[in-house]
Design a protein around this ligand. Structure first.
Ligand SMILES: CC(C)(COP(=O)(O)OP(=O)(O)OC[C@H]1O[C@@H](n2cnc3c(N)ncnc32)[C@H](O)[C@@H]1OP(=O)(O)O)[C@@H](O)C(=O)NCCC(=O)NCCS
Length: 147
């Protein structure tokens, strides 16, 4: 999560946004059913080392309608363009479908060309914008219906 923030927001802003203890607690928060319905998905190499992750959870939209949220997705930089994120997204979308969620969505910086290209290629479209209250970054919501 820290590496994603640094990559998307730059070293200074990405480091300052959240303390490491808060980030660790945020991962654990997703694993406690008392907090949310969520999963931490990881991809492993042949030796069992983590090569990427996605954090997913069930969220409620403005009208109270439940949808599946990709809270974050990250792939170890030397291992990119090998389909790891695509498989993590496949697994997250399958989990959303199991929960009968009608939509998959995520928020990212409008400048995150890699993630936008990945998601648009999978049928996601931009459904909303907002300006991040701390960084001033223009954020976009990308979403797609789940059959
Ligand atoms: C975005 C990210 C998760 C993609 O991971 P990945 O494992 O390299 O993605 P995949 O190999 O599954 O890519 C599938 C497709 O997405 C698109 N894509 C992925 N990376 C791209 C890039 N750098 N430039 C353009 N298109 C890209 C391509 O269409 C690609 O297919 P192709 O390789 O056959 O052309 C990875 O770059 C990353 O971890 N970025 C930093 C973290 C981040 O920004 N996370 C989201 C924060 S909300």
């Amino acid at each position: 999560m820290r590496a994603t923030l640094v990559e998307v927001e730059g070293e200074e802003a990405g480091t300052a946004l959240y303390a490491m203890d808060w980030l660790r607690e945020r991962v654990r928060w997703h694993l406690d059913p008392a907090n949310c319905a969520g999963r931490v998905l990881v991809s492993l190499d042949a030796g069992g080392a983590i090569t990427g992750h996605a954090i997913v959870r069930e969220e409620k939209g403005d009208a109270g309608r439940a949808f599946g949220l990709f809270s974050t997705v990250f792939v170890d930089p030397p291992l990119r363009r090998a389909g790891i994120a695509s498989r993590l997204l496949d697994a997250g979308e399958a989990w959303f479908r199991e929960r009968r969620l009608a939509e998959a969505a995520t928020w990212t910086s409008s400048t995150n060309a890699k993630l936008v290209a990945l998601l648009v290629g999978r049928g996601y479209g931009i459904t909303a914008h907002h300006v991040h209250e701390v960084t001033g970054t223009v954020m976009v919501r990308l979403a797609r219906p789940l059959a």
